[in-house]
Design a protein around this ligand. Structure first.
Ligand SMILES: Cc1ncc(COP(=O)(O)O)c(C=O)c1O
Length: 283
């Protein structure tokens, strides 16, 4: 089943998808000055919506952005999802920019719902080849440099997308950011998870300023359902090569196993991958 994109604007509700909804001087467009969340849409609902609204409030605080009350945001999400066919898997984006440059005016807030790209669905079972790419910063710099907005989910994703294009131009599917001091951090749109010693591990977000991934948090909080423990640790690409499995998790991607890192095959735990997909509701 295919579905057309849904667009809903705070205070206006659902509008036809081609409707102009931004001013030419919106700071989200001019400066990338805004925040967003993306959640998975299943059965007509946004999965883990409360966690996404929590993180959006944290992002707004980091940018000193006057995010509307979460009841209005939840209502906007409800309006958008009511216009989406419940049987179609989708992704919902909730966006809040600083609004018009001539401000101080109201923030711009809207939501879109779109289908999940076929390549994203395919990667859940096929896995992905990943290349490491430096982010140029020491792993533990960002907690002490709040202007770098570590931990905030800002709309400034040009660098994230350029990193992924670079990886794809170099024969991979996606990239893994590595710090200047050699630690694996996260993907440009995903959280890193690995299996070692009957434990699912991820990189500590508060210590590194990476985005605190909601999907990885859910997975690690439910690791016992897989007969595993959960932990957080710093890890290098060399150490990742010696683990029992490596994954990227993200709200719409769900989970995808890394099949190789910089061309070196990684061990693929196919049966565990299937159980993780089922636990996360992506099977
Ligand atoms: C930089 C970054 N890290 C990690 C993630 C994964 O987080 P989540 O599971 O909350 O979607 C995302 C986006 O989805 C991201 O953009």
């Amino acid at each position: 089943v295919s579905a057309e994109r849904v667009v809903a604007v705070l205070g206006r509700g659902v509008v036809p998808p081609g409707t102009p909804i931004l001013r030419g001087d919106d700071l989200g467009v001019l400066r990338g000055d805004g925040i967003f969340e993306t959640a998975h849409v299943r059965g007509g609902t946004a999965w883990l919506l409360e966690q996404h609204l929590d993180r959006m409030e944290r992002s707004a605080a980091l940018l000193e952005l006057a995010l509307p009350h979460r009841d209005s945001l939840a209502e906007l999400v409800g309006q958008a999802l009511a216009a989406w066919p419940a049987e179609v898997e989708g992704s919902i984006r909730l966006v809040c920019t600083r609004g018009a440059e001539i401000g101080p005016g109201p923030v711009t807030v809207f939501a879109t719902v779109a289908p999940v790209p076929a390549a994203v669905v395919a990667a859940r079972t096929a896995g992905i080849a990943v290349r490491t790419a430096t982010i140029g910063l020491p792993a533990e710099l960002r907690p002490g440099t709040p202007w770098l907005l570590g931990g905030a989910k800002t709309v400034s994703y040009a660098v994230n997308l350029a990193t992924q294009r670079w990886a794809q131009d170099n024969g991979a599917d996606d990239a893994l950011w590595v710090s200047a001091d050699g630690y694996a951090l996260e993907g440009p749109t995903s959280t890193l998870v690995w299996l070692a010693d009957a434990t699912l591990w991820t990189v500590p977000a508060p210590r590194t300023g990476i985005l605190a991934g909601i999907t990885a948090r859910y997975l690690l909080d439910h690791a016992d359902a897989l007969g595993l423990r959960a932990g957080e640790a710093m890890v290098t690409p060399a150490q990742l090569r010696r683990t029992e499995g490596v994954w990227f998790t993200a709200s719409v991607r769900g989970v995808a196993a890394l099949t190789s890192l910089d061309g070196d095959p990684l061990p693929v735990a196919a049966e565990l991958s299937a159980r993780i997909r089922e636990l996360l509701g992506f099977s």
